[in-house]
Design a protein around this ligand. Structure first.
Ligand code: ARG
Length: 460
């Protein structure tokens, strides 16, 4: 019999049972639901809203249910719709009428608002810890490649000299901000909604502060209507997760491109690539491609959540049950991608020679050549024009700037001296860029140190 059967004269149609129920996906909130109920029952007992002995009976009943779920001894039922009613029903079956007192001063609306918050707080911590592992991996690789010169690109055209370490630390900064976004989101989510009731709180003298302490929240929500109505915390998390995926997708795209025969800057470990069913020579970057592809799924969840919530009148509406699959899938996908991305990245082989060769062509030291002239007193715009003419000359002669003779240089400008060759060497071009943020070895070391400090402080 349904918990709310009193009001009805007919059984629910089986199609409705099936359609209405969320137990198929919200069963995963069982631990949060039971812990929430234990805290609630404890408070009901302490405040005298129910007798202490009854609270005790409820609590041990709930503890036993938790254990049985973990031992896979429980089968949930669609009849009981969702995790909240399944647990309550089980409790009453086991301990009798006392179980019926648990729902005093509480509604499923504040129960579900509580459970998702508890669950997502846990998942934010889990996701953050995998991101920190990625940060460590980035720092470690960067330390090994401080002098691995490669071209930096704009428009996917070779642009200026950089290093693989400098490139990696750019991603370290992005993922650091992602961690920051997760933590901001956690901070805003860290409010206990329980006590909001269905929407207008309750007339019982509940102690919300006590429940807040028991469940480890920082604050209690300050308006009961808001407490049960909004899912902005899940939307905010989906948005932070989408940004993580956007970063991972760009990173993946470069791995895919750089593992191609044409670039061949990187090579995937056999354990992290796949073959083709027909072309024997193939070694495919499936992990990076799937990560790129799954980005769409996470964005999809964000749009689902935004659309579900759009135009909903306050307070709870059943539409809101649709939040769970979306946010669960977003969290699962991000964790799954990160978990395989990290070892895939760590096991990449870096083709230093290929990177250096690419950096030696394409006139990526052209800006440095102009800067050289500026240091000799030539105004930048004139220097820019002179180097443009030199590049044009090189293209015609099939040379690079550094392979021109001094005579060639001086034919265009007599500001050139034989120190130009040193100024144009890749080593100089990289190491002269020592201003904060630049790719010079010394500066990238500082960037690594800052991220390492961030990682170690985060763990505290
Ligand atoms: N299963 C519901 C959900 O996920 C729980 C809240 C139900 N509340 C209600 N008034 N029907 O949203």
């Amino acid at each position: 019999m349904k918990l709310w059967a009193g009001r009805f004269q007919k059984e629910t149609d089986f199609l409705v049972n099936d359609f209405n129920s969320s137990i198929q996906f919200d069963y995963r909130l069982y631990e949060e639901d039971i812990k929430g109920s234990i805290a609630h029952a404890t408070m009901l007992g302490e405040t005298g809203i129910i007798a202490k002995e009854e609270a005790g009976k409820i609590i041990s009943g709930l503890e036993q249910i938790l254990k049985d779920i973990e031992d896979k001894k429980i089968e949930f039922s669609i009849e009981n719709e969702d995790i909240h009613m399944n647990v309550e029903q089980l409790l009453t079956e086991r301990i009798g009428d006392t179980g019926k007192r648990l729902h005093t001063a509480r509604s499923r609306n504040d129960q579900v608002a509580l459970d998702i918050r508890l669950y997502l707080k846990k998942e934010i911590k889990n996701t953050t810890s995998i991101l920190l592992t990625l940060e460590k991996a980035l720092c470690k690789k960067a330390e090994q490649h401080l002098e691995t010169v490669m071209p930096g690109y704009t428009h996917l055209q070779r642009a200026q000299p950089s290093t693989y370490a400098h490139y990696l630390m750019a991603y370290a900064e992005m993922f650091k901000r992602d961690i920051g976004r997760l933590s901001d989101c956690f901070e805003r989510m860290d409010e206990l909604p329980l006590g909001s009731g269905a929407l207008a709180a309750t007339t019982y003298p509940i102690d919300r502060e006590m429940v807040k302490e028991a469940l480890g929240f920082k604050r209690i929500t300050s308006n009961s209507l808001d407490g049960v109505s909004d899912r902005d915390f899940a939307i905010e998390l989906a948005s932070a997760l989408s940004i993580i995926m956007m970063h991972l997708s760009r990173f993946s795209e470069e791995i895919i491109l750089w593992c191609s025969f044409e670039f061949h800057f990187l090579e995937l470990d056999d354990a992290f690539s796949t073959g083709s069913s027909i072309m024997p020579q193939k070694k495919n970057p499936d992990v990076a491609e799937l990560t790129r592809g799954k980005t769409g799924r996470v964005y999809g969840s964000l749009i689902t959540l935004l659309t579900v919530m759009k135009s909903l009148p306050l307070a709870y509406n059943k539409d809101m049950q649709e939040d769970k699959e979306a946010i669960f899938d977003a969290v699962d996908t991000v964790k799954q991608c990160l978990n395989v991305f990290v070892p895939m990245f760590e096991s990449l082989t870096i083709k230093k020679d290929r990177m250096r060769n690419a950096a030696s062509g394409g006139f990526i030291n052209a800006t440095d050549c102009a800067d050289y002239l500026v240091k000799k007193g030539v105004p930048f715009r004139d220097a820019y024009m002179i180097v443009g003419r030199l590049v044009n000359m090189c293209i015609k002669m099939d040379e690079n700037l550094e392979t021109l003779t001094l005579k060639d240089f001086r034919a265009i400008s007599d500001a050139f001296g034989d120190d130009v060759y040193d100024a144009l060497s890749l080593r100089t071009c990289v190491n002269e860029r020592v201003v904060p943020g630049g790719p010079a070895v010394l500066e990238v070391k500082r960037q690594i140190e800052r991220i390492e400090k961030f990682i170690s402080e985060y763990g505290e």
